[in-house]
Design a binder for this molecule. Structure first.
Ligand SMILES: O=C1CCCN[C@@H]1CCCn1cnc2cc(F)c(F)cc2c1=O
Ligand SMILES: [Mg+2]
Length: 485
């Protein structure tokens, strides 16, 4: 019957895959690491896209579409950028019965697909800035444990690829995009994130610097990169000859950025807000915000109740609230309550004989379970307020839980202790690659090594003489550390 067999606090991994399946977001596919995105999750992707796409259009970024296939010559053009990733690249080696002359890769990301054409299109300073984005899928044949939305062999994302005449313009855009990613998480998914800069070891090797929004999953004590915005510097301009004649008639290389968020966002939201009754959807991203359920009673005025349900739905729809009624006659109200709770619908409205008589409805919140009787007069306004309150409450609760997981430390002992307590660790460190490599080596274990998540833009005080928790060298900055996805 209905109901989850796994508890979130007991076995998180099994709970998560049960919730995304029972909530009808995901269907498992017969190829490992691949998942079907059912309408219940696709609708969330579309709602986020409906926010992000107009925002980048305001920034004069244009959408385009490049081929999914990459020739091996161009993919391998960038040796050091690719070398670590080579095992993840999926290849087409034949069509029908005939082997291909040259194998063709399926895009794992599109730098090498796009930049030869950036080189061709960018000739003079009037061709700048060139700012393109594409909404597409990418394929990375990952081997570590596949997880719906979080780590899959194919996923949907947007990838932005921009080119500027000056570093200043690039630096500015990196942060403008990162702010949009923060808004996706905090204003839509109700998930708190931390903005910061990746370490030299964790950044995109092909770029100059990487910024990210970092989320945290309290149940597993793991950080997760929520979205990423890189400044590529002039590295790819050098590799792909993307240069132009500047206003002084000199040859100059462009400054580039690339940035992405993916369907991973949905998985983070499920992990943070889901509970033992199933999904809990923030109203801003719920394709159904209010489900109206008739509660007929014996021979009580059933038609009157059904009419009240459709009138309520229509009033809510007219006010721009995404409402539906569930008037299926082959399920009991109780069964419907559980099913819509499993699907995480933020608000349920029940209409029974008593409600009909009193010209009111009974609203039930999915986040707190609170039951509220609301008069039909002024119903729409009350429901709007309730949905806003649910959105804010989900964020506040998630932020409070995440903040409780943050532990400031100064010594190695404190670091290990906090790691074992599944904390998100804030520590002063020397900001040296070897130090991070050493921490990874010293914390390797079956639950994965600790690594830097990001160095927050919002730096705490670093008093003179503070030492690095791992090396004893003078500390240069604070960074968040932890195990991660
Ligand atoms: O993260 C982004 C934002 C959107 C555009 N790309 C950048 C960097 C992607 C880094 N990356 C990430 N994963 C990869 C996997 C591969 F198999 C491969 F060949 C290359 C890569 C790879 O370059
Ligand atoms: Mg990867």
């Amino acid at each position: 019957g209905l109901g989850l067999t796994n508890k979130k606090a007991d076995n998180f991994g099994e709970w998560y895959s049960e919730v995304v399946v029972n909530g009808e977001m995901i269907e498992y596919y017969d190829i490992s690491g691949c998942y079907i995105l059912r309408p219940w999750s696709m609708a969330i992707w579309e709602i986020m896209q409906a926010f992000f796409d107009p925002e980048i259009k305001k920034m004069k970024i244009k959408n385009c579409y490049f081929p999914v296939f990459v020739s091996s010559t161009v993919l391998e053009k960038e040796k050091d950028h690719i070398e670590g990733f080579a095992p993840e690249v999926a290849w087409v080696t034949r069509s029908g019965k005939s082997e291909l002359e040259i194998p063709i890769a399926i895009r794992p990301t599109s730098e090498t697909v796009m930049y030869p054409y950036y080189s061709k299109w960018i000739r003079g300073h009037r061709d700048l800035p060139l700012k393109l984005n594409q909404w597409c899928n990418v394929v990375r044949w990952e081997f570590s444990n596949p997880t719906p939305f979080i780590r899959s062999r194919e996923f949907l994302w947007q990838e932005g690829h921009t080119a500027f005449a000056t570093k200043e313009e690039a630096d500015t855009e990196v942060l403008e995009i990162l702010e949009l990613y923060r808004r996706i998480y905090e204003e839509y998914l109700a998930v708190p994130v931390i903005k910061g800069k990746k370490s030299e070891l964790e950044k995109f090797a092909g770029g100059l610097y990487t910024t990210s929004v970092e989320a945290f999953i309290p149940n597993t004590g793991r950080g997760i990169q929520g979205a990423t915005s890189h400044c590529l510097g002039q590295n790819f301009a050098k590799m792909f000859d993307i240069n132009y004649e500047n206003e002084k008639g000199e040859r100059a290389m462009v400054w580039q950025n690339s940035w992405a968020y993916s369907t991973r966002t949905i998985g983070v939201m499920v992990m943070v807000h889901g509970d033992d009754k199933g999904l809990v959807l923030p109203p801003k991203v719920a394709s159904v915000q209010v489900i109206v359920i008739p509660v007929p009673y014996k021979d009580a005025d059933t038609q009157g109740i059904l009419d009240a349900c459709s009138e309520t739905v229509n009033a809510l729809l007219e006010a721009g609230i995404r409402a539906e009624s569930d008037s299926r006659d082959n399920y009991s109200p109780g069964w419907k309550y559980s099913q819509w709770e499993m699907k995480g619908v933020p608000l349920r409205i029940e209409i029974g004989p008593k409600d009909l008589a009193n010209k009111q409805v009974r609203a039930v919140r999915r986040d707190s379970g609170a039951k509220i009787d609301i008069a039909n007069a002024g119903l729409v306004e009350e429901i709007k307020k309730l949905l806003d309150n649910i959105q804010q409450n989900l964020f506040d609760v998630a932020k409070q839980k995440r903040d409780e997981c943050i532990q400031v430390i100064h010594t190695w002992e404190e670091f290990i202790e906090a790691l074992n307590q599944k904390k998100m660790i804030l520590a002063p460190w020397a900001d040296e690659k070897e130090v991070e490599e050493d921490v990874k080596a010293r914390t390797k274990g079956e639950t994965g090594a600790a690594k830097t998540l990001c160095s927050p833009f919002d730096q705490p005080e670093l008093p003179e003489g503070t030492i690095c928790f791992a090396s004893g060298k003078p500390a240069k900055k604070w960074s968040y550390w932890g195990r991660s996805y």
